[in-house]
Ligand binder design. Structure first.
Ligand SMILES: C=C(O[C@@H]1C=C(C(=O)O)C=C[C@H]1O)C(=O)O
Length: 271
């Protein structure tokens, strides 16, 4: 019987699993974050990336690893609200079905700005702007859509446009940073509370992460090809993430819990 790891098939987690080998008691199950969240809770995966919001909601049943995250400080580039109207005029919003965290983050940011919007879960891309004021995309789809709008890849991050041909791109993580000056944690890796993670598996995960981050060009090359975007863009996208749930990230997670009215358990596996 293999230990089953829930893995999102997103470029942003590739540095963690690119060098992780299946076999020898370990198997992968791929899904989008909303699927992984449910699979972990119901027991069809043993250890998984979960949306940070889902973890906070289910903290009585789940416990995270102490040092694994998908987080960033400032822009993330792949949790994007695409819209034509200004932020304050947004009323009807189409939401990705893949995410728990960013949906809640968006609602929080709009409510905080006194904006009352209607939210509908939809699968799709920019064509949804024909029927909605805004569309929220995450992960690979958000990166591909953003790249699709750019005619050139800027030399400097300060030249990345936030509006192209009338379509505005609001990076939710950047908005969070402007308000809090803290990192934002999109995902953590967790098990069910009654099923501690085997130390040997964690050792393999940490070794794979070291290799992935140490050989980021190789990871970025594979992911750039898969998504058909330039390697330079993929490299910058990946090195911008924070994968170790360090003290500032935990503060960010705590602030997010507070923002959405959930307790912050501060309870991690000692592994
Ligand atoms: C930053 C991202 O992180 C992902 C977003 C998640 C969410 O919003 O629920 C969960 C896990 C992360 O891998 C992204 O996909 O763009």
């Amino acid at each position: 019987m293999s230990y089953i790891l829930g893995v999102p098939r997103y470029a942003n987690t590739a540095p963690l699993y690119h060098f992780l080998e299946e076999g020898d008691g370990l198997a992968f199950r791929y899904g989008v974050p909303t699927e992984l969240n449910q699979w972990l809770l119901e027991g069809s995966v043993d250890l998984s990336l979960v949306s940070s919001y889902f973890y906070l909601e289910n903290a009585n049943k789940l416990r995270p690893l102490p040092d694994f995250s998908v987080a960033d400080l400032g822009p993330v580039y792949s949790v994007n609200l695409f819209h034509r109207k200004p932020w304050s005029d947004l009323r009807r919003i189409a939401l990705t079905t893949e995410s728990a965290t960013s949906v809640r983050l968006l609602q929080y940011l709009l409510e905080k700005g006194g904006i009352e919007a209607q939210y509908t879960s939809e699968q799709g891309g920019l064509e949804l702007l024909e029927r909605y004021d805004a569309v929220l995309l995450i992960g690979d789809r958000a990166i591909s859509t953003y790249f699709g709008l750019l005619s050139i890849i800027p030399e400097s991050v300060h030249q990345v446009p936030t509006e192209v041909e009338g379509i505005r791109v609001t990076d939710l993580s950047m908005k969070w940073f402007e308000q809090t000056r803290l990192p934002f944690v999109f995902g953590v890796w967790a098990t069910r509370k009654n099923a501690p993670p085997p130390p040997e598996i964690i050792r393999r995960l940490r070794a794979a992460r070291s290799l992935g981050l140490g050989n980021l060009a190789a990871v970025a090359g594979t992911e750039a090809q898969r998504l058909n975007v330039p390697e330079r863009l993929m490299q910058h996208y990946l090195w911008n993430f924070r994968y170790h749930l360090e003290a500032p990230d935990r503060l960010g997670l705590q602030a997010f819990a507070q923002a959405v009215g959930l307790p912050y358990p501060d309870d991690y596996w000692d592994v």
